[in-house]
Write a protein that binds this ligand. Structure first.
Ligand SMILES: Nc1nc2c(ncn2[C@@H]2O[C@H](COP(=O)(O)OP(=O)(O)OP(=O)(O)O)[C@@H](O)[C@H]2O)c(=O)[nH]1
Ligand SMILES: [Mg+2]
Length: 552
């Protein structure tokens, strides 16, 4: 309302001011509208890709390959921050070896041949998901809506936890397993080595605290949960693992971990001085130029002892006897001790790609491509801004956190599904009754049959082909775990072809409507080969977009 007794001059002034205010407001509205439209246009051009697959299938490693190839400057900036993660990976392996040596020295029973066969039989795929000949009938697809409860055991031995302390002791009582200190090749020299490397346990804890800031998640509280399936045998945490190396380290946000890893000091840091350890110092000694933090200092001073431990023939013998194939495990850096255990260690691209940092939450990475896909060689200049920017979503793959995937199903342009095919003889870390390959098949079936994803192109990476080759060469027989493989040649090309067909059959049978699926045999730790695959993947995703937009 105009103020009372307004003079004509005051009124004219007020109206001028009101008109001016309106013009400014309209201008702002127009600007907001224009920004929204620009944002919408840009968002429309963004390619969203979701990386799916069980834990340790290689999702994060694939993401790293994308970043290495297409986001070089961000990659370079971040590279040094991986140093603490790689040190942690190395220490985890060393402390695992020390745990095994302790078990050997304590005369803990070793799984004997009978037990091994029994465990192998338990780990067999018998549910019929890919192997109708077994008559087991398909399992229920893995639900993504709620955390998956432990699966129904499918074998007559269901009432005993495979590899549990109980079952091991029973074997021991029955005499089919053996070992005592008397049999051991270990000597006082190993005892001494173990003592000298003792401080590394504190350093592992220190690094975990520093990187994790309390973000760690354990695989439940059960003491007989497996810590890993190396070969055919599940090794129990209770039987083997110290408080330090018991659970695998994981974080909800990589960025936080990497930022924390950059800072050498922090609360709760364990103080161990290399001078107190009595180790020789590194040639050239002194404080390293990367900051000289205590973890680096202690690791460097333990370098020779770590090398001696890893190269020791008796230690290798004990690892073999106790079925520990560390070479195939995640974050394996034992062959790089010389390079890593120094005060001036700087991670290489390859180190970062191979470093293991378990994902617990969902990581989102934006990759702005310098050259849009519209200008790619395959489709010159045809689709404007589409594909100039990608968002890659990397999720945690263990069963307890798969329900977090579903919100990302909406509005994705493609899914890259990773199935590690070398793990046909391994079991899930989070449920040691389930064969890992079988879990991948069940998960693939769930993804294929999802109505939300019925129009989403699927790209399947049959991953870890390098490990598959190595495993087959060492004499592990696929037919022992996958009866329908029968007497086909036990070589990598045959196995890859066979499994690819099985994945293809599931896609055909369970997809709500016909869909395009691309299949690649990969070893995503091989960055050169993966770069070529990613180029093809980019072009495939573009092709699918063009098809859906009726351009072709
Ligand atoms: N040798 C070999 N190792 C691989 C390959 N792919 C992944 N790895 C290793 O396997 C480990 C697990 O890979 P990640 O990429 O962390 O697995 P993920 O699927 O992200 O696992 P979560 O985060 O637990 O869901 C890492 O140490 C990788 O270096 C492969 O093709 N060959
Ligand atoms: Mg991951």
């Amino acid at each position: 309302m105009p103020p009372p007794n307004e003079t004509p001059a005051a009124r004219a002034l007020r109206e001028r001011q009101e008109a001016e205010a309106q013009r400014t407001s309209d201008k702002i509205d127009e600007q907001i509208r224009a920004e929204r439209a620009a944002m919408k246009k840009k968002e429309k051009g963004i390619v969203r890709v979701l990386l799916l697959g069980q834990s340790e299938s290689g999702k994060s490693t694939t993401l790293k390959n994308f970043r290495l190839k297409y986001a070089r400057s961000a990659w370079k900036q971040e590279r040094d921050s991986w140093r603490a993660v790689i040190q942690l990976n190395l220490l985890r392996s060393i402390n695992t070896i020390l745990d095994v040596l302790q078990a050997e020295m304590d005369g803990d029973p070793v799984v004997g041949l009978n037990e091994e066969l029994r465990v192998a039989e338990e780990g067999m795929i018998t549910t019929g998901i890919i192997d109708d000949s077994t008559g087991g009938g398909p399992r229920t697809p893995v639900s993504l809506d709620t955390p998956t409860p432990p699966s129904t055991p499918s074998t007559p031995w269901a009432n005993t936890t495979p590899g549990s302390t109980a079952s091991l002791s029973r074997q021991s009582e029955s005499g089919s397993t053996q070992t005592s200190l008397v049999d051991t090749p270990l000597t006082n020299h190993h005892q001494l080595l173990k003592l000298r490397l003792g401080p590394l346990r504190h350093i592992e804890l220190d690094l975990r605290r520093r990187l994790g800031a309390g973000a760690e998640e354990d695989y439940g509280s059960s003491t007989d949960t497996s810590i890993g399936v190396l070969g055919t045998v599940t090794i129990t945490r209770k039987a083997l693992v110290s408080k330090c190396s018991g659970s695998e380290f994981g974080v909800r946000r990589w960025k936080d971990a990497l930022d924390n890893g950059r800072q050498p000091t922090g609360r709760g840091q364990v103080r161990v001085r290399s001078s107190e350890l009595g180790h020789d110092t590194e040639p050239g000694g002194g404080v390293g130029r990367l900051g000289g933090d205590e973890a680096t200092e202690v690791i460097a001073s333990c370098r020779e002892d770590m090398k001696t431990l890893w190269m020791d023939v008796a230690v290798r013998g004990v690892l073999k006897k106790r079925k520990m194939r560390l070479e195939d495990s995640a974050g394996f850096f034992l062959n790089d001790i010389d390079r890593i255990a120094t005060r001036t260690y700087e991670p290489s691209d390859d180190d970062v790609v191979r470093a293991r940092l378990r994902t617990l939450g969902v990581q989102e990475y934006r990759i702005p491509f310098e050259q849009s896909m519209g200008q790619s060689q395959l489709f010159p200049g045809s689709i404007g801004d589409f594909g100039k920017e990608w968002i890659l979503y990397d999720v945690g793959g263990s069963r307890t956190i798969r329900h977090a995937w579903v919100p990302y199903f909406d509005n994705v342009n493609a899914i890259i599904f990773l199935a590690p095919i070398s793990c046909f003889d391994e079991r899930l870390l989070e449920d040691s009754r389930v064969n890992r390959l079988e879990d991948s098949f069940l998960l693939w079936r769930t993804v294929c049959s999802s109505k939300l994803l019925s129009k989403t192109p699927l790209i399947l990476f049959l991953n870890k082909c390098d490990l598959l080759k190595r495993k087959l060469r060492s004499g592990v027989l696929v037919k022992n775990y996958l009866p329908s493989f029968a007497n086909r040649p036990n070589d990598a090309p045959t196995v890859v072809k066979y499994l690819k067909e099985k994945f293809r059959d599931i896609s055909k049978q369970y997809s709500p409507e016909p869909r395009v699926t691309y299949y690649y045999a990969t070893s995503v730790t091989d960055t050169k080969a993966t770069a070529t695959t990613l180029q093809t993947v980019r072009d495939s995703i573009l092709r699918e977009h063009l098809k859906s937009a009726d351009f072709v």
